[in-house]
Design a protein around this ligand. Structure first.
Ligand code: NAP
Length: 530
């Protein structure tokens, strides 16, 4: 079997971001906090540290500007499927969203402006990749190697995110394809699809946006569907000028809109996490969406999933099904057997000639190659540790064996129903609280206790058993190689907010600085402080 290589297309850089980042002469080689990743999570952490008066930090980002997944996913039709009044920072409401579900460029622009406004770009090192991060127990520091030299830090923050490493299909002959081929998150804007025969592999959240956006330009479109997704109507609309003005000038109005969206979505947790039967109403609605938009019985059958709604991410689109009914669009449900120089061959032997292939096959979520680079106290990488027992952390934030390291959204913090920005801000609270505790107690190190991590995850996996993600009869990227859901938070998000409000020192082993004024320090082992 062969694999297609990842094509890294240049992202469109922002003049504002490029204008400012750490000046080369002033790059600090040791910082209090080193944050890996400058997406929604890394930026939130940088802003919070700045607000708390901590300027001894650095954000290392491999892209050329802030934005993470919103910088990388520039494919045609890219937009958020969570309303923007909720999918934005609580401390930075934006009255000027153009519509309820904002397009990618608008979110990216929002992130750029926010980074400028909160004056954190001079703490970012762009176009720099972390190649390894190793905990040094003797020095009580992280030793970080990057493509721009070595750094050390007291605390390491992983704000890498789950949807950043493209997963490429392992299909026979795919690397022999002679036409254009690229992953949805690495869209090649130099490639001209107009008038071409194009194939999309995958029918997930990315594909349902890409297909309708390119269908009318291309000569022919083959959509390769392995598993039919549930698709609901997209209740999207443009905001009028008076609405935007009202959001800007009427105190509390935007906050109210945010609250209404938040609680409207939070109710869905009852169905996802506690009583899946509640979601059957949504499934009927999705079935009606198919009936309304597709007349052909064969096609209706082909797009109707055989698993319960909610088990995988629920997609929203008003133009996916109409696109599939077009004469020049074919839904291919037979599996792909091989790719040739100019064609895709399905298992039934049909050869479909194609000029370009869009690979919309998702991301490495539970097996990210990024985890191999981070090595804990015993020299083993996160990848090795997590391959053994599945990815897990205490409160999604801390991993035993990896002292002084916190995630801003790690394992079991993902959501299928609401805004990840809410989870990010919860974890940023936890990080800020951890740093306060370190200062207050004069701590050199903290490391979550193995038993606390184990108990936490046992309880979490117990709750997971009754969720739709386990009982809904599908295989999804939420599950890891052990069959456990190690990606989603199985409850109400306000409970996660409460859980991460303060750093609970009792769950950690700590060491104190013997001489608080000396950062090079001798360490005294303590058995917990709280
Ligand atoms: P995805 O949801 O993982 O979908 C990948 C698709 O590719 C699935 O249809 C999958 O089929 C198919 N696939 C995977 N490997 C394949 C293979 N070897 N051969 C044939 N088909 C294959 O990926 P995504 O669409 O990029 O979305 C990932 C996540 O990103 C979403 O769940 C969402 O959280 C986020 N996202 C959000 C937005 C938004 O807010 N609007 C947009 C895009 C993405 P199976 O179902 O059979 O596995």
């Amino acid at each position: 079997m062969t694999q297609v290589a990842i094509r890294r297309t240049a992202t469109k850089p922002s003049s504002r971001s490029e204008a400012k980042s750490v000046p080369s002469a002033e790059i600090p080689r040791h910082v209090g906090v080193l944050i890996i990743g400058g997406g929604f999570a890394g930026l939130a952490a940088a802003i919070r540290l700045t607000k708390d008066g901590r300027r001894d930090f650095l954000v290392i980002e491999r892209g050329s500007e802030v934005g993470g997944t919103w910088r990388d996913n520039t494919y045609p039709g890219a937009a958020c499927d969570v309303p923007s009044h909720l999918y934005s920072y609580s401390f930075e409401p934006n009255p000027n969203w153009s519509r309820s579900f904002s397009p990618q460029w608008e979110i990216q622009d929002y992130l750029r402006r926010t980074a400028v406004k909160y004056d954190v770009l001079d703490k970012h090192l762009f176009d720099t990749e972390v190649t390894s991060a190793q905990w040094d127990d003797g020095a009580a520091r992280w030793m970080i190697q990057t493509t721009r030299g070595a750094f050390t830090s007291d605390v390491l923050v992983s704000a890498i995110g789950a949807l950043c490493e493209p997963a490429l299909p392992d299909i026979e002959g795919i690397d022999t394809f002679q036409g254009e081929i690229f992953h949805s998150s690495r869209w090649n804007h130099a490639s001209e699809l107009r008038g071409k025969r194009v194939a999309i592999i995958g029918t997930g959240a990315s594909a349902v946006q890409i297909g309708p956006a390119i269908a009318d330009e291309v000569a022919h479109l083959d959509v390769y569907q392995r598993t039919a997704p549930w698709v609901m109507p997209r209740r999207d609309r443009a905001y009028s000028k008076p609405e935007s003005l009202a959001y800007k000038h009427v105190p509390g109005l935007q906050w109210l809109a945010r609250q209404a969206i938040y609680w409207g979505r939070e109710v869905l947790v009852l169905g996802f996490a506690f009583q899946p039967k509640i979601l059957l109403g949504a499934q009927r609605m999705a079935e009606r969406h198919i009936q309304k938009q597709i007349e052909d019985d064969e096609l209706r059958k082909a797009v109707t999933p055989n698993w319960q709604i909610g088990c995988k991410r629920i997609l929203i689109s008003n133009d996916w099904y109409p696109m599939l009914t077009k004469d020049h669009v074919e839904l291919v449900t037979d599996g792909i057997a091989e790719v040739r120089e100019n064609a895709i061959v399905t298992r039934d032997g049909t050869v479909r000639e194609v000029d370009a292939i869009v690979v919309a096959t998702g991301f490495h979520v539970t097996d990210s190659p990024g985890w191999e680079a981070i090595k804990g106290a015993d020299g083993r990488s996160l990848g090795e540790v997590w391959r053994e027992r599945g990815q897990q952390a205490y409160k999604g934030a801390a991993v035993a064996g990896f002292p002084n390291m916190l995630f801003v959204v790690g394992p079991n913090t993902g959501l299928g129903h609401s805004s990840m920005v809410y989870m990010i801000e919860s974890h940023v609270n936890y990080l800020a609280s951890a740093l306060e505790e370190m200062d207050e107690h004069g701590l050199a190190t903290f490391e979550v206790r193995e038993d606390r991590q184990r108990d936490y995850n046992q309880n979490l996996q117990k709750s997971m058993k009754q969720t739709i993600w386990t009982t809904g009869g599908c295989a999804s990227w939420y599950l890891d190689a052990h069959g456990n859901n190690t990606t989603l938070w199985p409850s109400f998000t306000f409970l996660f907010r409460r859980l991460t409000r303060t750093f609970d020192l009792a769950a950690y082993r700590t060491t104190a600085r013997t001489d608080r004024s000396d950062a090079a320090l001798t360490l005294v082992r303590e058995e917990g402080v709280a």
